[in-house]
Design a protein around this ligand. Structure first.
Ligand code: C2E
Ligand code: CA
Ligand code: CA
Length: 573
C-alpha cells in the first residue's frame, strides 16, 4: 500500500514538473516576436506557435500544409525553401533560408532545426521564422552604396568590374563576345569651369539617365569617374551592338543634352571600344584597352569613335614605357645635342645650325625626338629638357665661336610650355651672358601652336626677346593652323617652309605654285625664308629659282655632332 502511495506521489510530482516546464516553454514561445512551427515525425502533426498570427494568415496542421509557405514566397526563393523544409538530409541539424514574401514585401528567415533519435531517424523538427526585413534593407542600402555611384545612380566602377568578370566567365562557356565601350565627354572640364559645377553635374546626370536606357540583362552601364562612363555588352548584336550604341550616343549628344534645370547643352563625346576575346580575356585588361582606344580617339579630335586594334595599344604602351624612361634620362645624361647645318642658297655658305636633341637610352637605343618631345610636352618634362637643350647648345656654340671666331646663327627649338614659364626670358638671357654669346646670333624656333592660347601674352614675350636682338623663326610653316593673315601680326624674322611642301615641290604642280607664292609674299613682308627637308638637287634648284634664302636638309647636311660642325667651320675659314 505504502509502495502504491509512493508511486502515486512520484507520478504527481513528475507531472507537476512537466506541466511547469511546458508552461515555461509555452510562455517563452508566446512572448517571442518570432513564429514557430513544430513538426513531429512520429505523429505527423504540426503545431503553429509563438507570434504566428502576426506572420501568417493561415494555420499549418500537418506536413502537407507546409507547402502553403511555398505559395507566399518569391518565385526565386521557392527552390531553397522547399529543399530545406522537405528534404531530410541525414545528420543535418540546422539550416537557414531567407525568403522574400512577395505580397507583404518583407523578408522572413526560416531556421530549420531537426532533432534525431539515437539510431539516426528524425524525430522532431522546429522551424523558427523571424522577420529580417530591417536588416535586409540595411544590407541592401549598404550594397547600393558599395555598387552604385551616388551622383548618377549608375553602377560604379567596382560593381562594373565584378559584373564584367561574370560576363566574361559566361562568354567563355557560351563562346560569345563581350564589348566594352568607354565614353569620355569632350571638353567637360571647360563646361564645368565655364558654366559652374551645378551645370556640370546636371549634364552628367542627364547623360547617365540617357545611357541607363541601354541597360538590360545583357548590358551594364556604369559611371567611372567625372565624365567617364563605361558600358559592357554581353553577346553584342542588333540593337545592343557596339556600333548601334555608339551611333545612338553620337546622335544624342549632337541633339543636345537637356540638363535637369532645363538647359540644352551641346556636347560631343569620344568613345573607345574593345572586345573580348580579341583585345583581352580579363575584365581589367579589356577596360584598359577600351580606355587606351578612347585616348587615341580623343587625340584625333572631338566626337570620334575608335575600335581596338593592336597597333594603337602597342603605341600607347610604348609611349608609357618612354615616359617612364624619360624621367631618368635627364639626370642620367642620356641626351646629346646634334646640329643640322643651314646654308645660304646663293653662296652655299654656312648660315648657321639648328640644334636638334638626340636621345640614346641605356641600351643605346635611339629614340626619335619626334616621338619623345610630344610626350615630354604633355607631362611637363619638356621644361627641364628644354633648359638643358638651351644651355648645352649655347655652350657648344660658344666653343665654335672661340675656336673659329665665326658669326653664324644658332637656332633652338622652343616648345609652347617653355614660353609659358614666367622666368623663361630671364633664364635665357642669363645663359647667353654666362657663355658670352651675342643675342643677334641666336634664333628661337617656334610653332604657330604657341599662339593658340594667350596670343597677346606670347606676342609680348616674343617682342621682349626681339628687343634683346634675338631672332624669332616660325617653324613648320604650312602645317597646322597657318593663316597668312595673322603672319603680319607676328613678331618674326624668319619663316621655315615645312618639309611637306618641299617633298612634292617638283612632283606636284599646285604645291609648286603655292610654295612659289608663299616665298614671294614672305619676302615682301621682309622675312627671311628657310626651306627645310631639302633632299635633292632638283628641289634645291627650284628653291633657288623662286628666291628662297636658305636651305636645310639631307642634300647639304644631315644633323651631326658638334665636332662635325666645327669641321665645316674650319673648312670655311
Ligand atoms: P623640326 O624642328 O621640324 O626639325 C626638323 C626635323 O626634320 C628634324 O628631325 C631633322 O632631323 C629632320 N630633317 C631635316 N632635314 C631632313 C631631310 O632632308 N629629310 C628628312 N627626312 N628629315 C630631315 P628630328 O631631329 O627627328 O626632330 C623632330 C622634331 O622634334 C623637330 O622637328 C622638333 O619639332 C622636335 N625637336 C627636336 N629637337 C628638339 C629640341 O631640342 N627641343 C624641342 N622643343 N623640340 C625638338
Ligand atoms: Ca625646328
Ligand atoms: Ca620644322
Amino acid at each position: 500500500m505504502d509502495e502504491m502511495r509512493y508511486q502515486l506521489d512520484l507520478l504527481t510530482a513528475i507531472n507537476q514538473r512537466l506541466g511547469d516546464q511546458e508552461k515555461m516553454y509555452r510562455l517563452v514561445c508566446e512572448s517571442s516576436v518570432n513564429a514557430y512551427l513544430y513538426y513531429s515525425f512520429e505523429n505527423n502533426i504540426c503545431k503553429c506557435m509563438g507570434n504566428w498570427n502576426e506572420y501568417f494568415n493561415f494555420e499549418i496542421r500537418q506536413l502537407a500544409d507546409v507547402a502553403k509557405l511555398l505559395d507566399i514566397v518569391d518565385e526565386k526563393d521557392v527552390h531553397a525553401l522547399r529543399n530545406s523544409l522537405f528534404l531530410e538530409k541525414r545528420g543535418l541539424k540546422q539550416e537557414t533560408v531567407e525568403c522574400h514574401i512577395t505580397e507583404k514585401d518583407v523578408w522572413y528567415q526560416f531556421d530549420v532545426n531537426v532533432i534525431y533519435k539515437e539510431d539516426g531517424t528524425p524525430m522532431d523538427k522546429v522551424i523558427t521564422i523571424s522577420d529580417v526585413s530591417g536588416y535586409k534593407r540595411q544590407t541592401e542600402e549598404l550594397a547600393k552604396m558599395a555598387y552604385y555611384d551616388m551622383a548618377t545612380g549608375l553602377y560604379n566602377r567596382n560593381y562594373f568590374v565584378m559584373m564584367l568578370g561574370e560576363f566574361l566567365r559566361r562568354a567563355e562557356e557560351e563562346n560569345v563576345t563581350v564589348s566594352v565601350i568607354f565614353i569620355d565627354i569632350d571638353d567637360f572640364k571647360r563646361i564645368n569651369d565655364g558654366m559652374g559645377i551645378v551645370v556640370g553635374e546636371g549634364l552628367l546626370q542627364s547623360f547617365a539617365f540617357f545611357l541607363k536606357d541601354f541597360e538590360d540583362e545583357h548590358v551594364i552601364v556604369s559611371h567611372f569617374a567625372s565624365d567617364l562612363f563605361c558600358i559592357a555588352v554581353y553577346d553584342p548584336c542588333g540593337a545592343r551592338s557596339a556600333d548601334h550604341i555608339c551611333n545612338a550616343i553620337k546622335e544624342k549628344v549632337l541633339q543636345g543634352i537637356i540638363s535637369p534645370d532645363g538647359q540644352k547643352l551641346l556636347v560631343t563625346a569620344c568613345i573607345g571600344v574593345a572586345e573580348y576575346p580579341e583585345a583581352s580575356t580579363n575584365a581589367l585588361g579589356l577596360i584598359n584597352c577600351a580606355e587606351i582606344v578612347m585616348f587615341k580617339a580623343k587625340a584625333s579630335g572631338k566626337n570620334v569613335v575608335k575600335y581596338f586594334d593592336t597597333p594603337i595599344v602597342n603605341e600607347f604602351l610604348q609611349n608609357v614605357k618612354i615616359e617612364n624612361k624619360l624621367k631618368h634620362a635627364v639626370f642620367q645624361k642620356e641626351f646629346v645635342m646634334y646640329f643640322q647645318p643651314q646654308f645660304f642658297v646663293d653662296s652655299k655658305k654656312l648660315r648657321g645650325a639648328e640644334a636638334l636633341i638626340r636621345w640614346y637610352d641605356k641600351e643605346e637605343k635611339f629614340i626619335s625626338p619626334g616621338v619623345f618631345i610630344p610626350i615630354a610636352e604633355k607631362n611637363g618634362m619638356i621644361v627641364p629638357i628644354g633648359q638643358w637643350v638651351i644651355e648645352e647648345s649655347i655652350r657648344n656654340f660658344a666653343e665654335w665661336k672661340k675656336r673659329f671666331d665665326c658669326h653664324i646663327i644658332l637656332s633652338i627649338n622652343i616648345s609652347a610650355i617653355q614660353y609659358k614659364q614666367p622666368d623663361f626670358v630671364n633664364e635665357l638671357i642669363k645663359i647667353m651672358q654666362k657663355y658670352d654669346v651675342p643675342a643677334e646670333e641666336l634664333e628661337l624656333e617656334v610653332t604657330e601652336s604657341i599662339l593658340i592660347e594667350d596670343f597677346e601674352e606670347v606676342v609680348k614675350k616674343l617682342n621682349m626677346l626681339r628687343d634683346y636682338g634675338i631672332k624669332i623663326s616660325l617653324d613648320d610653316f604650312g602645317t597646322g593652323y597657318s593663316s597668312l593673315s595673322y603672319l603680319k601680326e607676328m613678331p618674326i624674322d624668319t619663316l621655315k617652309v615645312d618639309k611637306s611642301f618641299v617633298d612634292t615641290i617638283i612632283t606636284d604642280h599646285s604645291t609648286k605654285i603655292i610654295t612659289g607664292s608663299i616665298i614671294q609674299m614672305v619676302k615682301e613682308l621682309g622675312y627671311e625664308t628657310i626651306a627645310e627637308g631639302v633632299e635633292d638637287k632638283g628641289q634645291y634648284e627650284y628653291l633657288k629659282e623662286i628666291g628662297c634664302d636658305i636651305i636645310q636638309g639631307y642634300f647639304l647636311g644631315k644633323p651631326m655632332p658638334s665636332e662635325k660642325i666645327a669641321q665645316l667651320l674650319c673648312e670655311e675659314l
